[in-house]
Design a protein around this ligand. Structure first.
Ligand code: COA
Length: 333
């Protein structure tokens, strides 16, 4: 029997950010920085922090999924698969997606995590869409969530101003029409791996008094080098997916960019020829939540989208990893 091929549609989105707001002003009391420097260089005004002991990324994922299930009127037992993109899993194993499945009662679902840093959500969305398109799965949840505060040194000014905690989740189902995920491009280059990484805690450098003393369990980033790669690659891959699908600037309804730095986003929009009214931005409220930025953006701006709108998602991150995804929005609110 030949299965009828369906595209994978996003049929719902929900986000979650913790209540605690870490403002630029508060950061001024922790490190030698200023609101003016942070806003001019990055566009960030505040970020959210998940406070309290024994609270990992799964808490963020659970809140996203609970809201998503309620909104889409979905029984957790109907979920076939949960994919969680994160670089801050609760533990190295088991996977955070399994922990989330357990906490939400998705007893018929299996799950796995995807590690692709800031490109994680696009990688996970492309992966999830394959299971729908193959006709083997009906309901797939894709989560992007990170508790970046768990790997940030709040005594060092370079990184602590950039990152925050948060996440979002989407439900993927077979499309009933031609809307849904149309195409994607995913790339990686491991030669850039050591410019943005967590040096210790893996099998290469297991935790030791030395790794703790050297602060190797905090994010390491060569900011200005990463910036240059991000600007070029995010713009290139966004232009490439437009050309591949014969999309002109006017055809694009919205650019949904990874929110790492407003200057990187501006360069991407410029290359695509789209004006600021089409560029979705929430970096000022949440900073860089790594795998969380794109689903958080979809959630924040969901009310703007109309069925058939052409969205381009684009990201660049540690790995290096980067990617773009073209989708036609599948519902009206
Ligand atoms: N407050 C004040 N000054 C700071 C600072 C802070 N929080 N962080 C760095 N500085 C200082 C530096 O020490 C440096 O001072 P110096 O010239 O006396 O040495 C100066 O500001 C410029 O630093 P530089 O790193 O060259 O700044 P930049 O313009 O490249 O901006 C980033 C820094 C991190 C904002 C920028 O490089 C960036 O966004 N990189 C990409 C980050 C990213 O997106 N990563 C996630 C994956 S995409």
């Amino acid at each position: 029997m030949i299965l009828k091929k369906h595209k994978a549609s996003i049929t719902g989105v929900h986000g979650y950010v913790p209540d605690y707001i870490l403002t630029n002003k508060e950061l001024e009391t922790l490190v030698d920085t200023s609101d003016e420097w942070i806003v001019t260089r990055t566009g960030i005004k505040e970020r959210r922090i998940l406070k309290g002991d024994m609270k990992g990324t799964s808490i963020l994922g659970v809140e996203c999924v609970k809201g998503l299930l309620e909104k889409t009127n979905t029984d957790p037992k109907e979920i076939d698969l949960i994919i969680c993109a994160t670089v801050t899993p609760d533990m190295l194993f088991p996977s955070t997606s399994n922990l989330i499945a357990d906490k939400i009662g998705a007893t018929n679902s299996y799950g796995f995590d995807i590690s692709a840093a800031c490109s994680g959500f696009i990688y996970a969305l492309a992966t999830g869409s394959q299971f729908i398109e193959a006709g083997t799965h009906n309901k797939v949840i894709v989560i992007g969530a990170d508790k970046m505060s768990s790997i940030i040194d709040y005594e060092e000014r370079k990184n602590c101003v950039l990152f925050g905690d948060g996440g979002g989740a989407v439900l993927l189902e077979p499309s009933e029409d031609e809307t849904g995920i149309q195409d994607y491009l995913l790339k990686s280059d491991g030669s850039g791996g050591d410019m943005l990484c967590l040096k210790a805690g893996g099998s290469l450098r297991p935790a030791s008094t030395e790794t703790i003393k050297n602060k190797e369990h905090y994010i390491y980033q060569e900011g200005s080098s990463v910036f240059k790669f991000a600007v070029t690659n995010m713009a290139d891959i966004s232009e490439e997916i437009m050309n591949k699908n014969k999309l002109k600037s006017d055809d694009i309804s919205y650019l949904v960019p990874h929110q790492a730095n407003k200057r990187i986003i501006d360069a991407t929009a410029k290359r695509m020829g789209v004006g600021p009214e089409k560029v979705l931005l929430n970096i000022e409220k949440y900073g860089n939540t790594t795998a969380g930025t794109i689903p958080l953006c979809l959630w924040d701006f969901e009310n703007k989208f109309k069925k058939g709108d052409n969205l381009i998602l684009a990201a660049f991150g540690g790995g290096f990893t980067w990617g773009s995804l073209y989708l036609k929005w599948s519902y009206n609110n």
